[in-house]
Ligand binder design. Structure first.
Ligand code: FAD
Length: 450
């Protein structure tokens, strides 16, 4: 029969790695980490593009400069990660229409103010009606709007909800955001963390307790333990499992549970929204966009909501890189994931020519991440609407027998963020250690009775 570990951790993203670290620090080191992909990092992932390192997943340390210190910011500082302050607040003054004209700042500011007021009003009325149907809350408004209003609505709902309702990350840790601009990538923090409890050689993790390319397909639990079966037919045994797969993966049928998960669990999992967030990178032979700190972010107002709306130039992070990033979300992300990168490039170029004129050069390279179609992710991050039933996140986090759930989606205060995943991993391991102690006491009691 297969060797038995104390704990199997499914997934080597930030939550799985921080969970492993806490277990190891508490003397539980006969662990096994099974990761479906060929790397450590999960939704923290860099890629070399156009001569620099770009972040396909998490890009910012969000929540800096407040009363409390963001633990991920601490890690970034300790390991000397290169970051760059991002000021989104100017984006609203760089709104282009289809003919390339920038909306006067007065008009932009007015539209912005109106949009914030109406969002607050909508929220209050939902609260008053005890609206708890999550799907309705995140729907974009149905009344037809002018392109500038649509653009602002998109920015407000998909990026800046903090202006409407306080977000724990910014309340606790501060309102600043820093873009990671380091050749080693955001994932460097994870490697540093993993090195504290996994063996490394020549800067690479070489520890038999970390197994890559192991896609977990079945978790079968009995009173005494859990049997884990992977896609390649391997079987592993453990006393406990920590499962860090994303909410999108839990909603898919990648992992089957025997016995099946109870209804309170599957219902809660089904109720959490999955956001898709796509950063498309475009490399150019030279710059044709305005530069400078107040120009880092700019907005394109189109009659279709979310159509190549939110742009960023990378000159602040990497001067001379000649790279633009455009962010799509949800429906637009899924649409673009389904088409060829060449089609996406064509669409993006048309939008850029509307903004900057017909003579700008073609992009020489494009990078389109596909988080939605990645079966180990099935989306970018969890999204609990601002006004929601707290029981849902409680039930998503609650263990089922010997299976403990972790990941950013289990963090009530910080879901959707790297620090959410990091803190969730710590919380889950602490809860599991407590359970293990209880079980030890029980079996000691039994020995005593014998
Ligand atoms: P993951 O990183 O998804 O780790 C789970 C791991 O489990 C993965 O490695 C996966 O491969 C593995 N896995 C899944 N299924 C199986 C299976 N069946 N068997 C074995 N292994 C499996 N956060 C910020 O703080 N700032 C940002 O700017 C930011 N921007 C983002 C932008 C994008 C495009 C995305 C996608 C995310 C962004 N986030 C951001 C969110 C942040 O990346 C996540 O909250 C965090 O990385 C999640 O960590 P996790 O450990 O919960 O999950």
């Amino acid at each position: 029969s297969p060797a038995r570990s104390s704990v199997i951790i499914v997934g080597a993203g930030v939550s799985g790695v921080s969970a492993g670290k806490v277990l190891a620090e508490n003397g539980v080191d006969d662990i096994l980490i099974l990761e479906a992909s060929d790397r450590v990092g999960g939704r923290i992932r860099k890629e070399d593009f156009g001569g620099v390192s770009v972040e396909l997943g998490a890009g910012w340390v969000a929540g800096v400069g407040g009363k409390e210190s963001n633990p991920v910011w601490e890690l970034a500082r300790k390991s000397g990660l290169r970051t760059c302050y991002s000021d989104y607040s100017n984006a609203r003054y760089n709104i282009y229409d289809r003919s390339g004209k920038i909306f006067p700042s007065g008009i932009a500011a007015d539209s912005y103010k109106k949009a914030v007021e109406s969002a607050i009003q909508k929220l209050r009325s939902q609260e008053a009606n005890h609206e708890s149907d999550i799907s309705k809350l995140s729907e974009p408004p149905s009344t037809p709007k002018a392109p500038i209003e649509l653009a602002i609505d998109f920015i407000l709902h998909d990026f800046e909800m903090a202006e409407v309702e306080p977000i724990s990350t910014f309340i606790d840790f501060g309102e600043q955001e820093f873009l990671v601009a380091d050749e080693r990538g955001y994932e460097h923090l994870l490697h540093k963390m993993a090195e504290t409890f996994l063996l490394t050689s020549e800067g690479k993790i070489k520890d038999s307790r970390l197994k890559l390319n192991k896609v977990v397909r079945e978790l079968q639990q009995s009173r005494n333990g859990v049997t884990v079966t992977t896609e390649d037919g391997c079987v592993f045994e453990a006393n406990y499992v920590i499962l860090s797969a994303s909410i999108g993966v839990l909603q898919s049928d990648l992992i089957s549970f025997r016995p099946p998960l109870p209804r309170w669990k599957t219902e809660a999992i089904g109720k959490c929204d999955v956001m898709v967030y796509t950063k498309i990178f475009l490399k150019f032979p030279y710059k044709f966009w305005p530069c400078g700190p107040e120009k880092e972010f700019f907005i394109y107002a189109h009659e279709r909501r979310g159509y190549y709306t939110f742009w960023q130039h990378m000159e602040n992070a990497y001067p001379g890189s000649n790279i633009l990033v455009v962010t799509l979300t949800n429906g637009e992300s899924k649409r673009v994931e389904a088409q060829s990168d060449q089609e996406t490039l064509k669409e993006a170029m048309e939008v850029l020519r509307n903004m900057f004129g017909p003579d700008i050069p073609d992009a020489t390279n494009i990078l389109v991440p596909r988080w939605w179609n990645n079966r180990f992710q099935c989306g970018s991050y969890s999204n609990y609407p601002i006004y929601f039933n707290h029981q849902i996140v409680h039930n998503i986090k609650e263990p089922v027998g010997r299976i403990f759930f972790t990941g950013e989606h289990t963090s009530e205060r910080f879901n959707g963020y790297v620090h959410g995943g990091y803190l969730a991993g710590i919380d889950t391991s602490k809860a599991l250690l407590e359970e293990m102690r209880k079980e030890d006491r029980k079996s000691e009691g039994q020995t005593f009775l014998l």
